[in-house]
Design a protein around this ligand. Structure first.
Ligand code: PEP
Ligand code: MG
Length: 552
């Protein structure tokens, strides 16, 4: 019997296939079983560690860059002869294999943690090795992304960045999570990879592995055990979507020619080919964190210059908006660690980190200026987490001081939207980060699934702040972009154009949907949709009112 689960569609597209759940870490049973053959038990324990080392080596070979390095280092730890010796000793003394592995790794873990610094950070790798080896020994599924050997729909409570570092987009047909909101890591990742996704979908992890599911990432629905007709319908819907998207080409514009520049969000050099292939007119948000996170030391100016130049050269002839480092809160930096903060999202993050480590920003700006010279690219630079016109002015001075001609800021804090006019007089452009602007406007953690309704980008209060910012841009004759996830919702893109937003930046796979939506409406219709959404009382009503007004 087919049954329906409802969630929030965050990445468009339909797909059907067998489900597989993200593995959770195993737990050793309370009762330790007796061991009959200590020697055989020791062999079993060491064989499990070898199998984990082999598995990790395979993953390292399939990954690239930092992820490959981390996985290769972890594989070496798992295969370390000293660890095998310890495990053999414990098992030989009568401990069951899973307990011997767990205890030996716990010992190493305590040593690393006591050493502090970089070594302490590697403690999580030991936990991962222990979890994997213990799962093998207990006959449980390996934690992390499953590898059933065929394409599958991934079901999880929530995905963490570590779970997805080696996720193979060719194998994952769709993603469904129980938690997460429209701006969660899962949503951003799924859009980046062009995988249909539904988040905030209760009941997803109760579906047994191997069950057929049909996911609609636009409608936010998951049919468990769909009928053949329902699977066929999903395939037809997907084919129609692909055909419709292929029909819209060229730069972003409404049907009567009003331009809305369509740009790509890029998180590293690997995203550039997809941006070009999707016809992005440039990069609207280069998240530079890829160079900094997971690093023991600050990347040198030379390394940064080469990395930025690679991206700029790849986008030759197109504008690239680079965001300076947005560390802190959910993205801590090992080499610029802050004191533990009770409220990291309200603490020293983004541009605020400059107060503690001014050299970080100067090195980055200098590397960017050199990369811009190396490539002749059109580089715009903007700062994250700006709250006041004074911060905007100071940032603009720093950018220009490094010879970079175009400086802007992100509007992510309600205070900045309220004073957009004053901020606009200090900078050349602004870009609205709706993910954080939602979080701070509604005092709702952007990762919190239960608060997904507050984080809905259709919330009229959020639209009001966007409207204010766009009006300030129009008055100043300066560009106002949107680079948060809101930009990738096709109907909302129509509303944003109607509010006066001049560019929309999103993960490359979303560009075609948004281009087609803009091309299907006149500017007057976009404005009518915007007015209707602003006049609504709730996010749900705003969406419905905009849809009706856009249809005319
Ligand atoms: C945003 O906050 O909307 C944004 C684009 O920045 P990030 O998601 O990287 O915080
Ligand atoms: Mg942000």
């Amino acid at each position: 019997m087919s049954r329906l689960l409802n969630g929030l569609g965050v990445s468009a597209g339909s797909a059907a296939g067998p489900s597989a759940r993200l593995g959770t870490p195993p737990r050793l049973p309370d009762l330790e079983p007796a061991v009959a053959d200590a020697r055989a038990e020791a062999d079993r324990a060491v064989a499990a560690l070898d199998a984990v080392a082999e598995f990790l080596r395979g993953r390292a070979a399939a990954a690239s860059g930092q992820a490959a390095e981390i996985l290769a280092a972890e594989a070496m730890m798992a295969g370390d002869p000293a660890l095998a010796g310890q495990v053999r000793g414990l098992a030989g003394a009568g401990r069951p294999a899973a307990w011997a592995v767990s205890e030996a790794l716990a010992g190493y873990r305590a040593m690393l943690t006591a050493a502090g610094g970089y070594l302490a950070e590697r403690a999580a790798d030991l936990d991962d090795i222990a979890d994997r080896a213990v799962a093998l020994l207990l006959g449980e599924p390996m934690p992390g992304v499953p590898a059933p050997g065929h394409p599958f729909v991934l079901l999880a409570a929530e995905l963490a960045p570590a779970d997805t570092a080696t996720l193979d987009p060719a194998a994952v047909l769709a993603i469904v999570t129980e938690r997460g909101g429209p701006t969660s890591h899962t949503a951003i990742l799924a859009k980046t990879l062009g995988i249909p996704a539904v988040v905030a979908c209760p009941g997803a992890t109760a579906v047994a592995d191997g069950t057929m599911v049909a996911v609609d990432g636009s409608a936010g629905t998951v049919i468990v055990e769909p009928t053949a007709a329902q699977v066929e319908q999903a395939a037809r819907r997907e084919a129609a979507r692909v055909t419709r998207l292929a029909a819209a080409r060229g730069p972003g514009r409404t049907s009567d020619g009003h331009p809305v520049t369509l740009l790509a969000n890029v998180g590293g050099p690997g995203d550039v080919p997809a941006a070009i292939a999707a016809g992005a007119e440039g990069i609207g948000l280069l998240r530079t964190e890829f160079l900094f996170l997971d690093r023991r030391d600050e990347p040198s100016g030379g390394e940064q210059r080469a990395s930025y130049a690679e991206i700029l050269a790849g986008m030759a002839g197109r504008k690239v908006v680079v965001r300076t480092l947005d560390a802190g809160a959910d993205k801590p930096l090992a080499f610029a660690s802050q004191q533990a903060e009770p409220n990291p999202a309200l603490g020293i993050r983004g541009l605020r980190l400059d107060g503690l480590h001014p050299a970080l920003l100067d090195t980055q700006l200098e590397a960017l200026a050199l990369a811009a010279k190396d490539t002749g690219a059109e580089v715009w630079v903007m700062a994250p987490m700006v709250s006041t016109p004074a911060e905007a002015a100071a940032f603009s001075d720093r950018v220009r001081g490094h010879g970079l001609p175009v400086a802007g800021v992100m509007i992510e804090v309600p205070a900045a939207a309220l004073r957009a006019g004053q901020i606009m007089s200090q900078v050349d452009f602004v870009s609205i980060g709706t993910n954080d602007l939602s979080q701070y406007t509604f005092a709702a953690d952007r990762q919190a699934g239960p608060l997904a309704a507050l984080l809905d980008p259709w919330q009229p209060a959020l639209l009001e702040l966007i409207a204010m910012t766009a009006a300030a841009g129009r008055a100043a004759g300066k560009p106002v972009g949107v680079c948060g996830e809101a930009a990738s919702d096709p109907l909302l893109a129509v509303v944003l154009a109607g509010l006066g937003v001049t560019s929309l930046s999103m993960a490359a796979p979303s560009l075609a949907e948004v281009r087609a939506a803009l091309a299907g409406h006149t500017l007057a219709r976009c404005r009518a949709a915007a007015e209707a959404a602003l006049a609504a009382d709730t996010a749900v009503a705003a969406r419905a009112a905009a849809r009706a007004a856009a249809a005319g």
